[in-house]
Design a protein around this ligand. Structure first.
Ligand code: PMP
Length: 364
């Protein structure tokens, strides 16, 4: 019954929920750690929690369909106009709306091998043709991606940093890439993990918007801002593009709790700094452990890292699950030797490392 593009789809595979593993293996949910979905290990910001509590009485009303307060707060923080912002039910929603607005079954959509799974998914769902460009050292080969653009190309997706590889391109490389893309082709720069880029490594797609009117930057509250459950993401683009996206998005795609929490967390600078610090420290902890275990990994700019555990990755993943540790196998991304692990709290990272060492021993 389904249309052709949808017939060929397989559903997005999320990280295994803690309750599911608990039921499967009879483990106490409290003893399970989940490092599988690039979530923020800190728990939500107290400012966000307070803001949610404040709006609970409004649950019987529709949310503010235009997200006035959140757009104001984003505009003030990032020096853009509210008319440039499109809010989404997570940035996944925005990615889907972009695909539906700008591509159709006659279009090609370019993305990188090992790119975020939602790009091929939304492309196929609308019947467009996905063009996957071979990666270079696991990262986007931006020149080759520009070279893959044809008359039929409508959209190019670039995740910077990319999930699941954690690879990132600097500002110069992104600019050089944008220079190669014809103005009639839209470039989506997915910056879901940009808040983890620090110091000289920070690449800010927003600073490129004026020079490249065909650029759309997408971001999320799910990662460094710690609100994955509430589903709040957004894009920043020219007002003209935002106006088009606004025609197609669901009228109330971000709910009242999400709007309140996202608006509040934007002023919780301390939370953001803690997210960054815990991530940087945990990343070092895992890199050190991988070095000690003699495992290769892909240096990552995100809040996760892909580690090469060898041909028995699926068995190792199973042994981790049996020890109550959930990480993400990424064979579905064409990386059957790697497991992707999200950076947790120091004690969670320790627990993962110990469980991994035990699994490697068991299979040795
Ligand atoms: N882009 C990338 C690169 C991601 O890794 C993710 C989350 N896995 C998203 C977008 C979507 O996140 P959300 O819908 O929670 O905003």
């Amino acid at each position: 019954l389904a249309v052709k593009g949808v017939q060929a789809l397989s559903p997005y595979q999320p990280g295994k929920p803690i309750d599911e593993l608990s039921r499967e293996l009879g483990l106490n949910p409290g003893s399970i750690i989940k490092l599988a979905s690039n979530e923020n290990p800190l728990g939500p910001s107290s400012k966000a929690l307070a803001a949610v509590r404040d709006v609970l009485d409004e649950l019987c009303r529709y949310p503010d369909g235009n997200g006035f307060d959140l757009k104001q707060a984003l505009a003030a923080r990032y020096g853009v106009k509210p008319s440039q912002i499109t809010l989404g039910n997570g940035s996944n929603d925005v990615l889907e709306v972009i695909a539906r607005c700008f591509a159709d079954p006659t279009s090609e959509v370019v993305f990188s091998q090992y790119a975020f799974a939602v790009y091929p998914l939304v492309t196929q769902a609308i019947g467009a043709t996905g063009v996957s460009v071979p990666a270079k050292d696991y990262g986007h080969d931006l020149e080759a991606m520009a070279g893959a653009v044809t008359e039929r190309t409508k959209l190019v997706f670039v995740a910077n940093p990319n999930n699941p590889t954690g690879t990132v391109h600097g500002a110069e490389a992104i600019e050089a890439f944008l220079d190669l893309i014809p103005a009639r082709v839209l470039v989506v720069l997915d910056e879901a993990y940009c808040e983890y880029l620090q110091g000289d490594g920070y690449v800010d797609g927003l600073s490129l918007l004026e020079r490249y009117p065909n650029l759309i930057v997408t971001r999320t509250f799910s990662k460094a801002w710690g609100l994955a459950s509430l589903r709040a993401g957004y894009s920043i683009s020219s007002p003209e593009i935002a106006n088009i996206l606004n025609r197609v998005r669901q009228p109330f795609n971000v709910d009242t709790l999400a709007l309140a929490a996202a608006t509040a967390v934007l002023s919780d600078e301390q939370y953001l700094q803690r997210s960054r610090a815990v991530n940087a420290q945990g990343m070092k902890q895992l890199e050190t452990a991988f070095n000690e275990l003699g495992l290769d990994y892909i240096p990552s700019a995100g809040n996760f890292i892909a580690v090469d555990v060898g041909e028995q990755a699926a068995e190792i993943n199973q042994l981790l699950l049996e020890q109550g540790v959930i990480v993400r196998p990424i064979a579905g991304y064409g990386m059957p030797r790697h497991l992707r692990v999200s950076i947790g709290l120091p004690e969670e990272n320790d627990r993962f490392i110990e469980s991994l060492a035990r699994a490697l021993d068991t299979l040795a």
